[in-house]
Design a protein around this ligand. Structure first.
Ligand code: BMA
Length: 340
């Protein structure tokens, strides 16, 4: 065991591959068999990417962004024995309202899957008279009951914390426009009941570093550690050929997550491999989930690549937290509580 402790369950059967021998600076390394979900994965779906998974009952379950053959994204359910090979339903998740009646979003994308208080929550982006956050809960992975949309448009990249903090649920989100948003900071909001959200705080702004100078957005559900909440997020830069999405890392205060304690000035992973540089949207690495093991400190990061594939990268909590700490640069906005 190293110096940082993951405060969560042990997942001894999590997917894992040792760090390659070859020398490189960054603390994340890719799974050698990427992508783990390829093109045309099920009938009616041409691409699956930006998807989230969870360890459950000695196996793994996931919500997948499936781009249908008509181009419209919806959310699909999948299961896996090893977290690498996935059986994905060919029918999208049949969301219902509180009365149990079908209540399907017009479109739905970039789902996250987080367990809080023994309930599984799916959070995604959907149409609510403009792009906004959709939510549903399930206790059996059969019935997915939609909850009130937490925010008015426009908003994306909502990520729940995996436990209440000071008694309240906490949700990261990134206010946006309804298009290819050219701005964006991460905020955190609180709720006592998962229905009414408030006490909004600014967490972090787009970075001063070039790789995250256009906008940022929450990625995987924060991991509770002895040093604070470990957050993998995406950062975007602009080029003459469009946006480039990289993976960044920060550590938020454990009791007041609007305060950033450490923020890495370097990306942790940026598009380099063919499956990240070539696809429906080139140059995108977009983290949406982790599986992590408190006994070994191992972390597997699930990320979408080039809006086309699902991929895996690995690290350990010691390696990634020390890299973030050693390369941390904080702005005044990062360190403050986030009220004006
Ligand atoms: C964002 C979202 C993501 C996507 C990214 C790159 O605005 O739509 O789903 O991966 O753009 O295209």
């Amino acid at each position: 065991m190293g110096f940082v402790k993951i405060i969560d369950q042990a997942v001894p059967n999590m997917p894992w591959q040792e760090r390659p021998e070859r020398a490189f600076e960054l603390p994340l390394w890719r799974y050698s068999e990427n992508p783990i979900v390829n093109r045309n994965p099920v009938i009616g779906v041409s691409r699956i990417f930006n998807s989230a998974v969870i360890a459950h009952n000695n196996a793994f379950s996931g919500v997948f962004r499936g781009e249908q053959t008509d181009g419209v994204p919806h959310i699909y359910w999948g299961e896996s024995a090893d977290g690498i090979h996935w059986e994905i339903d060919s029918k999208r998740i049949p969301f219902v309202n509180k009365q149990g009646e079908p209540f399907i979003p017009r479109y739905a994308y970039d789902p996250r899957l987080v367990k809080v208080d023994d309930v599984f929550y799916v959070i995604w982006c959907q149409d609510f008279y403009g792009a906004s956050i959709g939510m549903a809960k399930s206790t059996d992975f059969k019935t997915f009951t939609r909850l009130e949309n937490p925010f008015i448009p426009y908003n994306r990249n909502a990520v729940l914390f995996p436990r209440r903090i000071n008694g309240n649920y906490m949700l990261l989100s990134r206010p946006s426009d309804s298009g290819h948003t050219p701005f964006g900071d991460i905020f955190v909001s609180e709720s006592a009941d998962m229905e009414f959200w408030g006490r909004h705080r600014h967490v972090m702004g787009k970075g001063t570093a070039w790789w995250e100078s256009v906008k940022i957005g929450g990625g995987a559900a924060p991991i509770e550690t002895s040093e604070g909440w470990l957050l993998f997020y995406h950062g975007v830069s602009n080029t003459c050929n469009g946006f480039v999405y990289s993976i960044g890392g920060a550590i938020l205060d454990i009791d007041q997550p609007s305060i950033v304690k450490y923020r890495c000035k370097n990306f942790l992973l940026t598009p380099e491999e063919w499956y990240e540089e070539r696809g429906f949207v080139p140059n995108v690495t977009f983290p949406c989930a982790t599986i992590h093991d408190s006994d070994t400190g191992r972390i597997a990061i699930y990320y979408g690549a080039a809006d086309t594939y699902v991929c895996l990268a690995f690290t350990t909590v010691d390696e990634v937290v020390s890299y973030i700490m050693q390369n941390s640069v904080l702005s005044a906005e990062d360190s403050e509580i986030g009220i004006r």
